[in-house]
Design a protein around this ligand. Structure first.
Ligand code: MLT
Length: 269
């Protein structure tokens, strides 16, 4: 379903119980809300589950002007406003985590809990930023086909690549469903994002940090740093998974996520 949020039409889906604890999923770059399908299907129906396409990706509009993680954070809050949700547990993977961290910095009162998957608080190094601009140039001249193949190889563990060819093909396909402009705009937003490390100590809500055991994009050390700096954080490692931990080992991922959310429901909801 599409709703007007800030300057765009934002696509989202909703399932579960309308009065349940709201859990909002933010996907990673450069996918769409459907990367959470295996979580949405398996969460207890007592939760109110929302997943959306961030601006420029999936079926959400790209909007006008340059995109930024700040704008993405404002979109999240705009969506909560539209859905009349005062506070939610927000679960973001990678770029979704960058957005969640920026949003909790700006709007801490809108959070009941936080799940940070395969992500980090540090901004890009000069080298990482340059790589993004090189990749943007390549997409501008060649399109997204090679980019999609290289990207998927980078984010999945060796084990996943060898044993799950269907997942590899599906992820390449999901990337190709996005426009080049959408992918470029998200890359620019990530390249220019500010560092959120200094705000981690101010996070008051229970936080689950998850990371794929073989994540090479945002490795275990980044997750450990989040866990150490956020006062009320737990760290869970997803065995056998790379950067796309929720898709590579959904069983382990879901167990850890559901156990965190259940504890929550009992104590805080
Ligand atoms: C993602 O998975 O969202 C991106 O790979 C993160 C990044 O490029 O920093």
């Amino acid at each position: 379903m599409k709703v007007i949020v800030n300057d765009i039409l934002l696509n989202h889906i909703e399932s579960g119980h309308p009065h349940g604890l709201p859990v909002v999923f933010i996907h990673g770059f450069p996918f769409n809300h459907s990367m959470w399908e295996l979580q949405i299907k398996n969460l207890p129906t007592s939760f109110r589950v929302i997943a959306y396409d961030i601006r420029g990706l999936g079926k959400s509009d790209i909007g006008t002007g340059e995109s930024s993680i700040d704008k993405h954070a404002d979109d999240l809050i705009g969506l909560l406003d539209d859905l009349k949700i005062d506070k939610a547990v927000v679960c973001g993977l990678s770029m979704g985590g960058y957005i969640a961290l920026r949003a909790i910095e700006k709007y801490p009162e809108r959070f009941k809990g936080l799940v940070l998957c395969d992500t980090k608080s540090e901004s890009d190094t000069e080298e990482a930023r340059q790589k993004r601009f090189d990749s943007i140039k390549k997409i501008e001249s060649e399109g997204t086909l090679d980019f999609s193949r290289d990207f998927v190889k980078k984010v999945l563990s060796k084990k996943t690549i060898e044993t799950k060819p269907k997942l590899v093909a599906e992820l390449e396909h999901k990337i190709l469903e996005n426009s080049s402009q959408g992918i470029i705009s998200a890359q620019k937003a990530m390249a220019m994002r500010s560092d959120t490390t200094s705000i981690l100590k101010k996070i008051k809500v229970p936080t689950l940090v998850m990371v794929g055991e073989q994540d090479e994009v945002t490795p275990l050390a980044a997750a450990q740093s989040l866990k150490e700096k956020i006062p009320n954080a737990y760290l869970e490692i997803v065995p056998g998974a790379g950067h796309m931990s929720n898709l590579e080992n959904p069983k382990a991922f879901n167990e850890k996520l559901i156990s965190f959310l259940n504890r929550f429901e009992q104590t805080l909801h």
